[in-house]
Ligand binder design. Structure first.
Ligand code: GSH
Length: 197
């Protein structure tokens, strides 16, 4: 299976973490989605990574969909519980983590532009506030132990904050989450996928 990959993307990291958890081999193709390479566009009209092409030739865009696919074919413990409260709790945390990543990636992208622009300041401020509320939510509720798709997302979101906003620090105001993260990030799916770029 082919994965359009980027070592800096938290969404790609999530997919790689799920693949490693299940021991699924992927052919990783380094891709810059901002350059809209033709190969990626053929498989993902949205020009985003990650995108997975299955062995049956089905191109799956969007990390939640790819994670669901990998978890469905994986043979290790399922990361997406199949029913009941555990399922919805895991998917809730996963959705919050995805939203934090969206907001942090947006903020990072805006750093290249005029910071004094009032409209931009407002949007960037909203994105920062969303991440802060996401952190508070993860601090307040168990981000899922043992591993679920929620905890995978939470580690990738927190790792991205460390990677792109290292001076802002989130640990001090979120001590429970920080302790959980330090332990969880040492697991193989995360230790092998630290962001780079
Ligand atoms: N909802 C998507 C978001 C993926 C995403 O935003 N990827 C970024 C890289 S971190 C990207 O490809 N950006 C290129 C662009 O927006 O043009 C997912 O979960 O996979």
């Amino acid at each position: 299976m082919k994965l359009y990959n980027s070592a800096a993307s938290p969404f790609v990291r999530k997919v790689n973490a799920v693949a490693i958890h299940h021991g699924i081999e992927l052919e990783r193709v380094a891709t810059n989605p901002h350059e809209s390479p033709e190969e990626l566009l053929r498989d993902n009209p949205l020009s985003k990574v990650p995108c997975l092409v299955t062995d049956d030739g089905v191109a799956l865009p969007d990390s939640p969909l790819i994670c669901e696919y990998l978890d469905s074919i994986g043979t290790n413990d399922k990361l997406i519980p199949d029913h009941g409260t555990p399922r919805w709790k895991a998917l809730r945390v996963a959705a919050i983590a995805d939203g934090m990543m969206d907001a942090a990636v947006f903020r990072r992208g805006q750093q290249a532009f005029d910071q004094a622009d009032e409209g931009r300041k407002r949007l960037v401020g909203r994105a920062k506030a969303a991440v802060e509320r996401g952190l508070a939510a993860l601090e307040a509720e168990d981000p899922n132990t043992p591993l679920t798709i929620g905890s995978v997302g939470a580690v990738c979101a927190l790792g991205y904050l460390d990677f792109r906003f290292p001076d802002e620090g989130w640990r001090k105001a979120h001590p429970k989450l920080a302790a959980w993260y330090e332990k969880t990030v040492q697991l193989k799916p995360f230790a092998e996928t630290m962001p780079k770029g």
